[in-house]
Design a protein around this ligand. Structure first.
Ligand code: ATP
Length: 319
């Protein structure tokens, strides 16, 4: 089934609004080609995103001023000031809609921080949808996507979810047909990697080394259409992987362990350090997750499937 890009049912503005909870998924990059460094400091990208079933939740509640709290294992790593992407999203929506940003944001983080899984972007997308519902601002989808793109390259995808081709700096999206459900095992590293540092390492490597030809995208697109895990496993690629491995050589052991344990394919997700392993079925994913946990090559292991929807309201008592 093609991904569902329709807007979720609108939530009516309540005269006494109640909290709204939105969940938003992590993303994997199944293909990531990094092009030239642009004048604005971003690189041109061609990427295929897939949203997977590992979610952060953001609850927006009425409040006399803007505040944020974060719960979850990685909570101490998340800023509680205007550096928090959910806070920036709430402020951006309020400014665009001409309302005061009066909201308390409570974030429950399950997506590892600085893991190459775009958890901050998920929180920004969730905050946009939650505040839009809470305040009854009823932004149209295109306006919400524009706000999302200003907040970060991965934020529009966190709104739409599914499987999508991203171009520009990753913010320009087109749906990609992905047949069936894909089963992933994620090996989460002890600590994160800074995305700008990984890009800088890639630039340094390209100055030193002979540039490699970009991986073809066709085989990945065809594999997603075929629904065939072996084909997809062979087609996974990421230009940032070598840079992430230079900065974090221990990731080689993680990738090798996944290969030895029979994963169908493996790739570092985005700027890493999370490694994503493709399994051939849900049972195979459970087996692989258990085996990887026992191998002692990462902090924690998560099984997830994709594609899943983007940021969606999960609870609201607003009437
Ligand atoms: P990127 O999306 O930049 O590729 P990533 O997916 O590797 O990064 P994120 O979990 O999004 O990693 O976090 C990147 C940085 O963003 C963190 O180190 C953190 O300081 C900052 N940040 C701001 N807001 C949030 C948030 N709500 N959740 C997580 N990190 C946040």
């Amino acid at each position: 089934m093609p991904p569902d890009y329709r807007r979720p049912p609108p939530v009516k503005l309540a005269s006494h609004p109640e909290p709204v909870t939105v969940r938003a998924p992590a993303k994997l990059n199944l293909h990531l080609s990094v092009g030239l460094l642009r004048a604005d400091g971003f690189h041109d990208l061609t990427t295929v995103y897939q949203a997977v079933s590992l979610y952060d939740e953001v609850t927006a509640s009425p409040a006399p001023e803007l505040s944020v709290s974060v719960r979850g294992e990685d909570a101490p790593l998340v800023p509680l000031d205007d550096g928090n992407l959910a806070v920036r999203a709430a402020r951006a929506l309020a400014a665009a809609a001409g309302v005061e940003p009066l909201v308390r944001l409570d974030i429950v983080k399950a997506i590892p921080v600085a893991g190459g899984l775009a958890g901050g972007s998920a929180d920004a997308a969730a905050a946009l949808v939650a505040c839009d519902a809470l305040w009854g601002t009823a932004m149209d989808r295109a306006a919400l996507l524009d706000l999302a793109a200003d907040l970060g390259s991965d934020v529009p995808f966190a709104l739409t979810g599914g499987t999508a081709l991203g171009t520009g700096r990753g913010e320009r999206l087109a749906p990609v047909l992905a047949i069936g459900r894909w089963h992933w095992v994620l090996a989460v590293a002890e600590s994160g990697l800074s995305t700008p540092e990984v890009y800088r390492e890639l630039d340094r490597k390209r100055e030193r080394d002979v540039a490699l030809a970009p991986e073809p995208l066709d085989s990945l697109i065809n594999a997603l259409r075929s629904g065939e895990p072996t084909s997809l496993g062979h087609a996974l690629s990421n230009d940032l992987q070598a840079a992430a491995l230079s900065l974090r050589p221990a990731l080689r052991r993680t990738l090798d362990a996944g290969e030895d344990l029979g994963s169908t394919g493996r790739v570092v997700s985005g700027s890493g350090p999370t490694c994503a392993f493709l399994a051939s079925s849900s049972d195979d994913a459970v087996r692989l997750a258990a085996a990887l946990s026992g191998a002692g090559v990462c902090r924690t292991v998560r099984a997830a499937y994709g594609p899943v929807a983007g940021a969606r309201v999960v609870t609201t008592t607003a009437r």
